[in-house]
Design a protein around this ligand. Structure first.
Ligand code: AMP
Length: 466
C-alpha cells in the first residue's frame, strides 16, 4: 500500500509540473549578432601574464628570503585605509596627496583611500596593535599593490607593486645601514648593478632652520623658477629640489644645501651611516638635492638606481629613509623608525634592460625541467598524478601534460621543456608497477620499479647537477 501511495503522489506532482509549464512561444525576433565589447584594462594598470609571472614569483621568493635572513617578519595591511591617514602622514603640498591619491566615499560616507604607499599603514598598524610592547625593534617586511593616479609611462603605472621593509623602535645608524644593505642586496643579487643615492635631511628642527634660508633664496630667484616650482615655494619648497625642469635645475645648483644646516648630532649620525656603507662596500653617491619630499621623513633618505643610467632613462628602483616623527604624529608614543620600498615593476624593467644588453641575470623567465612525465592510456593517466605528487613532495621538478594521449606528442613537449629524461608510464608499466626512464639524447631506456622512482630520480638529478 505505501508503494501505491508513493506512486500517486509522484504522478500528482508530475501533473502539476506539466500543468504549470507555459506553452512555448515561437519567436520570430532576430537575435542581434553584434558582438559585446570586451572590457578593457583600466588605464595605468597592468596584467602580469604567465611569461612574466615566473619571474615575479621568483622575485618574491628571493626578496622574502633575504628579508627573513635579516630578521624581518612578514606582515600585511589592507589596501583600503582612511584617507586622512595619508593626508596626515605625507602632508599637503605633495603630489601624492594633492593629485594622485584615489579617494572615494564609502557607503557610510567615510572617506577611504587606495593606499598610495605603505609607511603610514605600517605606523598605524604598529599603534593600533600596541607593537611598542614587543621587544624593539620590530622588523617587518610586506609587499603588495599601491595606487597613484600618475601619468602612465614606461615603468610608471597607476597600480604598481612594492616590496617594503620597516624597522620600528630604534634610532641607530647601523639600522639605517642595515636597511640600505638589505635593499641593495635584494636588487644587486639579481644581477642588476645598482648605486645608492643618499642624503640626510636632519631632524625636524634642522629642517626648519634650513627652510628659512632655502625659502629666502627661492624667493630671491622666483623669476627664474618654473610655474610649478613658484607655486611650491609656499606649499612644499623641499619638493623643488626634485624638479627635473632645466630652469629649476640652475636655481637648485646654486641653492644652499640642507647638509650644511644639520646639527652636530645629525651630521655625526649621518657620517656613521656612511661609515657602515663603506665597511659593507655598498656603492653610494652623496646627493645633496635628495629630500624625498614627504613630511614624515627625517635624517637619512636614500634611493636606489641602476648604475650608469642617467637622464630620462634613469628610474629609481626603490627609496626610503628614516621617519622618526610619524608614529607620534599619528597618536602613538615617540617611536624612531626607518624603512624602504622597492618598486617591483621597475626591477622587472631593469632586468629586461640588462638582459637585452646580454648581461647575466639571476631570475629566469620560465622554469627549467630536468624530467618530463609521459603517460599512455587511462590507467596510466591516473597513476601519473600519483607520481607527480610523489615527485613534488621530494622536490623533484617534473613537467607533464596529462591530457595529451600520444607518446610522440609528449616526447616533443619533453624536448621543448629541455628535459634530459622522460619518465614513461604505459599500460604495461601500470600493470608491472614500473616506469621507463628514457634518456632524451641517446634514447637509452631503463625500467625502474615505481616504488623506487623517487630515489632513482633524486640520484639522477644530483648526478646531472654536478
Ligand atoms: P617612492 O616611495 O614614491 O619613491 O616609491 C618607491 C619606489 O616605488 C620607487 O623608487 C619606484 O621604484 C616605485 N614606484 C613609485 N611610483 C611608481 C609608479 N607609479 N609606477 C611604478 N613604480 C613606482
Amino acid at each position: 500500500m505505501p508503494a501505491k501511495k508513493k506512486t500517486t503522489a509522484k504522478t500528482d506532482t508530475a501533473k502539476k509540473t506539466v500543468a504549470k509549464k507555459a506553452p512555448v512561444k515561437k519567436t520570430t525576433k532576430k537575435v542581434s549578432k553584434k558582438p559585446m565589447k570586451t572590457p578593457e584594462l583600466v588605464r595605468g594598470m597592468k596584467d602580469i601574464l604567465p611569461d612574466q609571472g615566473y619571474r615575479w614569483a621568483q622575485f618574491f621568493d628571493h626578496a622574502s628570503k633575504t628579508a627573513q635572513a635579516y630578521g624581518f617578519r612578514y606582515v600585511s595591511t589592507p589596501i583600503l585605509e582612511p584617507a586622512n591617514l595619508f593626508q596626515r602622514s605625507l602632508g599637503k603640498g605633495t603630489d601624492i596627496i594633492d593629485k594622485e591619491m584615489y579617494v572615494f566615499e564609502d557607503k557610510d560616507g567615510s572617506k577611504l583611500a587606495l593606499r598610495p604607499e605603505s609607511t603610514a599603514s605600517i605606523a598605524r598598524s604598529y599603534i593600533n596593535h600596541g607593537l611598542h610592547t614587543l621587544p624593539q625593534p620590530v622588523k617587518m617586511w610586506h609587499f603588495g599593490p599601491k595606487f597613484r593616479h600618475e601619468r602612465p609611462q614606461a615603468g610608471r603605472y597607476r597600480q604598481f607593486h612594492q616590496f617594503d621593509c620597516d624597522t620600528l623602535g630604534v634610532h641607530a645608524p647601523v639600522v639605517d645601514a642595515e636597511l640600505i644593505a638589505l635593499a641593495y642586496h635584494i636588487v644587486h643579487d639579481l644581477g642588476v648593478e645598482a648605486t645608492v643615492r643618499i642624503n640626510s635631511i636632519g631632524s625636524l628642527e634642522d629642517r626648519q632652520n634650513y627652510l628659512v634660508e632655502f625659502v629666502g633664496y627661492l624667493r630671491s630667484k622666483r623669476a627664474y623658477l618654473s610655474e610649478e616650482s613658484k607655486k611650491r615655494i609656499n606649499k612644499n619648497p623641499l619638493r623643488i629640489l626634485d624638479s627635473k625642469d632645466e630652469a629649476d635645475q640652475e636655481v637648485i645648483a646654486e641653492a644652499p644645501q640642507i647638509i650644511d644646516w644639520l646639527s652636530k648630532d645629525s651630521k655625526d649620525y649621518f657620517m656613521k651611516v656612511l661609515e657602515f656603507l663603506d665597511e659593507l662596500e655598498i656603492p653610494y653617491e652623496l646627493d645633496p638635492t635628495l629630500v624625498r619630499g614627504l613630511d614624515y621623513y627625517s635624517d637619512t633618505v636614500f634611493e636606489i638606481y641602476v648604475t650608469g643610467e642617467e637622464g630620462e632613462a634613469r628610474l629609481a628602483l626603490g627609496g626610503g629613509g628614516r621617519y622618526n616623527g610619524l608614529v607620534e604624529e599619528l597618536g602613538g608614543q615617540p617611536t624612531p623608525a626607518a624603512g624602504f620600498g622597492l618598486g617591483i615593476e621597475r626591477i622587472m624593467l631593469a632586468l629586461d634592460r640588462a638582459q637585452e644588453k646580454g648581461e647575466d641575470i639571476a631570475l629566469a623567465t620560465k622554469p627549467t625541467y630536468q624530467f618530463y612525465l609521459a603517460q599512455l592510456g587511462e590507467k596510466a593517466q591516473k597513476r601519473a598524478l600519483h607520481i607527480v605528487e610523489q615527485l613534488r613532495k621530494a622536490d623533484i621538478p617534473v613537467a607533464f601534460h596529462l591530457a595529451k594521449s600520444s607518446l610522440k606528442a609528449q616526447l616533443e613537449l619533453a624536448n621543448k621543456a629541455g628535459a634530459s629524461h622522460a619518465v614513461i608510464l604505459g599500460q604495461k608499466e601500470v600493470q608491472d608497477g614500473t616506469v621507463i626512464i628514457r634518456d632524451m639524447d641517446s634514447g637509452i631506456q631503463e625500467i625502474v620499479d615505481q616504488k623506487k622512482v623517487v630515489k632513482h630520480l633524486t640520484k639522477l638529478l644530483a648526478k646531472l647537477q654536478k
